[in-house]
Design a protein around this ligand. Structure first.
Ligand code: PMP
Length: 373
């Protein structure tokens, strides 16, 4: 079976598995313990991983806070900021195409008295910078939380411009970068106005159940304060207590190291794969085919396609022995996609849309299965 649902999750690389196994078995020390070898080796492995992740993201090692994944990171950052700073400013700006881990967190805060502005996006899935600028100037929010790249249509937001606007207006900026970390360059050292980022390892061939919150230090190089999500033993600079899952942390570190060293090759390969797949689909389904995300500013390898007149769920089910596809986010498959709605598709178009999300670890000839359909 050909797996083309890499936006939902990815297969762990063999190098990741090999690196993790010792930390699941003999190297079982607690990195917060002291003096004896088992503990110091666990601590060293954790710090090595922090180095690989900070190198991938262009931040300092002590800005990398391990969590269980992007859902937790998004919750931790948005609620942590709202709780710590929300006394005087209860306005948050986000977009209509965020993942439920952001949208539902915002909805929760709405019930607690916050005002949330949900920015529209255009047909290419992009927010309007001028609209954001006006909001920042006339009704400055406490926080802007806008995803770097979208999980259903791959649209890449103008992250540098958003960061600059937030910087100029002295507003916190968080980005959910779950779909972009390890896939497109994400260099925080170039983004002065971005203080917070969330991501998960399993989206770039690492293990599940591990991710990070990046919390940038302030201009005085001091730890930025937010309310911790978990109170306890003080691990992860007191932001997120709990004994660290060293095996998962090691796995995420190796996945980050590999993604970093292969990023250009992976992007080029994904672009070739994508073009090859589109060519086959056009040839075989030309008259019923419509590509929803036929634009340049997108994550390579995510293709959102309408098969007009065909029910997406039925087609995906029918093909499921041969190829793994999805109609959109794995987190909201029962509801019609709010992302496709936001880019202006009607219900008919949404119900005929399929997402192909490719991996750099497949070969071009693997896609030939679509020639026979
Ligand atoms: N944000 C985005 C953009 C995602 O695609 C996902 C995963 N589908 C998440 C957040 C949540 O990640 P996780 O399930 O690993 O917590």
């Amino acid at each position: 079976m050909l797996y083309l649902d890499n936006s939902a999750t990815t297969q762990m690389l063999p190098e990741v598995k090999e690196a993790m196994i010792p930390y699941l078995l003999e190297e079982f020390g607690n990195p917060s313990s002291k003096y004896y070898n088992l503990a110091t080796k666990a601590k060293e492995a954790t710090e090595d991983s922090r180095k690989y992740i900070s190198a991938l993201l262009g931040c300092d090692t002590d800005e990398v806070i391990f969590t269980s994944g992007a859902t937790e990171s998004n919750n931790m950052i948005i609620k942590g900021i709202a709780d710590f700073y929300g006394e005087n400013n209860k306005h948050i700006v986000t977009s209509k195409i965020e993942h439920p881990a952001v949208i539902e967190t915002c909805r929760y805060l709405e019930k607690k008295g916050f005002t949330i502005t949900y920015l529209d996006v255009d047909a290419n899935g992009l927010i309007n910078l001028e609209e954001l600028r006006k909001i920042l100037v006339h009704h400055p929010p406490l926080l802007v939380t806008i995803m770097w790249g979208n999980n259903e249509i791959g649209s890449l937001q103008p992250i540098k411009e958003i960061s600059d606007l937030c910087f100029e207006n002295n507003v916190f900026f968080h980005t959910d970068a779950t779909q972009t970390v390890g896939k497109v360059p994400c260099d925080l050292s170039l983004l002065e106005g971005l203080q917070f980022l969330s991501c998960s390892a399993h989206k770039f061939h690492g293990p599940k159940g591990i991710g990070v919150s990046i919390i940038k230090k302030d201009k005085n190089n001091l730890k930025r304060k937010i309310t911790p999500l978990l109170h306890g033993g003080g691990q992860e600079s007191d932001y997120r207590s709990g004994t660290l899952p060293v095996h998962n942390i090691v796995g995420m570190g190796i996945a980050a190291k590999l993604a970093h060293s292969r990023i250009d090759d992976n992007i080029n390969h994904l672009i070739r794969l994508e073009q090859y797949l589109i060519d086959i689909l056009k040839e075989n389904f030309g008259e019923v085919l419509h590509i929803n995300n036929n634009y340049l500013s997108k994550i390579p390898g995510i293709i959102s396609v309408q098969f007009k007149g065909i029910n997406n769920e039925m087609l995906i089910k029918k093909l499921s022995d041969v190829v793994a596809l999805s109609s959109g986010s794995a987190c909201s498959t029962s509801k019609p996609s709010h992302v496709l709605e936001a880019i202006g598709l009607d219900q008919k178009a949404i119900r005929s849309t399929i997402r192909f999300s490719l991996s750099p670890y497949i070969e071009i000839q693997d896609l030939n299965i679509f020639k026979e359909m």
